[in-house]
Design a protein around this ligand. Structure first.
Ligand SMILES: Cc1cc2nc3c(=O)[nH]c(=O)nc-3n(C[C@H](O)[C@H](O)[C@H](O)COP(=O)(O)OP(=O)(O)OC[C@H]3O[C@@H](n4cnc5c(N)ncnc54)[C@H](O)[C@@H]3O)c2cc1C
Length: 435
């Protein structure tokens, strides 16, 4: 364990989101499940809580860690794929890029999201909206088994035959139930994917946004897209440096001809760049919309029930071409499809209300926003359309502490709370989004 007076402490405590200044009582880097169990027993005996962390992409909501051991799982790596059962098994520190590569070697794909460096564990336990979300649902629903260290320091396995209540809770209940050392989940045959980006100058934002909203309402489940308004920094270099753009990117499952037909209404708006083409699913993880490396990030988000014309006007005022001090990234992810079909037996997040997930993000300190104004500027975007929000946050995209009661359908949070009380009566686990 590293203590604050250790010269390695400062490096070890850094989260992916460098804006989060976490200062735990101690930091542990277990190499395997046995060491993780030892850490849990030692921390509990010392009266300290435990905050499991893979990468720190969502370290923001954790709060003070002065009475906690930060358990970094980054040393626990390794992915295996069972091509017959079409399942992956990952250790706690694995990031998405490892899985997509391992799966692709067997002609399989996973429900990964938009960043290769996000941790599989945090993403999966918290939900997981990926490239195929409207066709397949959230990644949490794909979890088939988990191995974890309990609050008592025991190693247990939750799967279809053992600890089934715990397995249910782990499919979207976050890091509230144990220190997960390995996770298993379904893969699917790597599809032919028609994926890419359509790109226009920012002055076309209104036309693109209005067309995309109408188009998204009628799009079949095999289509999952995101609209982004981007203000790129000068430091980017190259042809796009300093440019402001509106883009639609995503993936369409199925044959190229049908996919091209589905995209026609967007292509009619004559994008300056159109990279949509048929290709192997393994390339998608290499199209990140976000920085891969650690950055100082501020972000805010809300799930929107709808975006009627008045909401579009409000959004354009804060993010459109005329907006002043606009944040560099405003995105709308298309929801619905499989995400809106409830299957409560599957997991706590089997159902996502709403048609769009709005996020606003900025790297702190960079232009056009001064350091202190970043979080408020992100909040301003979300507040502009607050009247259209469902009020149910998407926890993976929630970067500050919220009342998790609001994040689950009626009765679900209460069921999660009962399970938590049974497996963690003394509140050992310190999760980013506590139940
Ligand atoms: C650049 C970027 C891109 C993103 N893209 C997407 C996307 O496309 N789709 C999407 O759904 N989300 C996306 N997210 C959100 C992301 O899924 C969450 O931030 C997620 O929590 C990150 O998981 P992590 O393990 O990397 O983060 P961490 O901060 O390390 O973990 C988050 C929480 O997960 C729990 N946890 C992690 N490991 C364990 C463990 N071994 N045992 C128990 N609990 C554990 C803990 O409670 C921890 O606080 C993105 C975030 C960023 C910053």
């Amino acid at each position: 364990m590293l203590l604050p007076d250790d010269h390695r402490y400062d490096r070890a405590r850094a989260a992916w989101n460098l804006a989060v200044d976490q200062r735990p009582a101690a930091i542990a880097y277990p190499a395997d499940a046995g060491e993780a169990a030892e850490v849990v027993r030692a921390a509990a005996a010392a009266g300290l809580r435990i905050a499991p962390q893979a990468t720190g992409h969502n370290a923001g909501p954790l709060g003070p860690l002065g009475e906690a051991v930060l358990v970094r799982t980054s040393g626990m790596i390794g992915t295996t794929v069972d091509p017959v059962a079409r399942r992956a098994r990952v250790r706690a520190g694995v990031r998405w890029l490892d899985v997509t590569e391992a799966a692709a070697r067997h002609g399989l794909a996973a429900r990964h999201g938009s960043s290769p460096t996000v941790g599989v564990l945090g993403y999966s336990l918290g939900g997981g909206l990926g490239w195929y979300a409207r066709a397949l649902g959230q990644q949490a629903d794909a979890i088939t088994a988990a191995e974890l260290v309990t609050a008592g320091g025991e190693l247990v396995r939750a799967d279809a035959a053992h600890e089934t209540g715990l397995l249910w809770a782990l499919r979207g209940g976050g890091g509230n139930f144990g220190l997960v050392t390995a996770l298993e989940f379904e893969l699917f045959p790597a599809p032919e994917v028609y994926a890419g980006t359509l790109l226009w100058d920012v002055r076309h934002t209104e036309a693109v946004l209005r067309r995309w909203i109408d188009w998204a309402a009628g799009a079949p489940d095999e289509v999952t897209t995101t609209l982004r308004v981007l203000r790129l920094p000068d430091s980017l270099g190259g042809a796009w440096a300093g440019r402001s753009l509106v883009t639609v990117d995503g993936a369409v499952l199925g044959a190229a001809e049908r996919a091209a037909k589905l995209l026609r209404p967007l292509r009619e708006l004559a994008p300056a760049v159109d990279t949509f083409t048929a290709g192997p699913a393994r390339t998608l993880v290499h199209r990140p919309a976000y920085p891969g490396g650690p950055v100082e990030l501020a972000a805010d988000s809300a799930v929107l029930g709808d975006l009627p014309p008045a909401a579009v006007d409000a959004l354009l005022a804060v993010a459109g071409p005329g907006a002043t001090a606009a944040v560099p990234l405003v995105e709308l992810r298309q929801l619905g499809g499989a995400l809106s079909r409830p299957d409560p037996a599957r997991g706590p997040l089997s159902m996502m209300d709403g048609r769009f997930l709005l996020s606003a993000a900025t790297i702190l300190g960079g232009p056009p926003l001064a350091y202190e104004r970043g979080p408020a500027a992100c909040r301003r975007v979300v507040d502009a359309v607050a009247a259209y929000a469902t009020g149910r946050p998407c926890l993976n995209f929630t970067t500050r502490a919220v009342d998790t009661r609001t994040a689950y359908p009626e009765g679900v949070w209460e069921r999660l709370k009962v399970i938590r009380a049974a497996v963690d009566p003394d509140g050992l686990w310190l999760a980013n989004h506590p139940i």
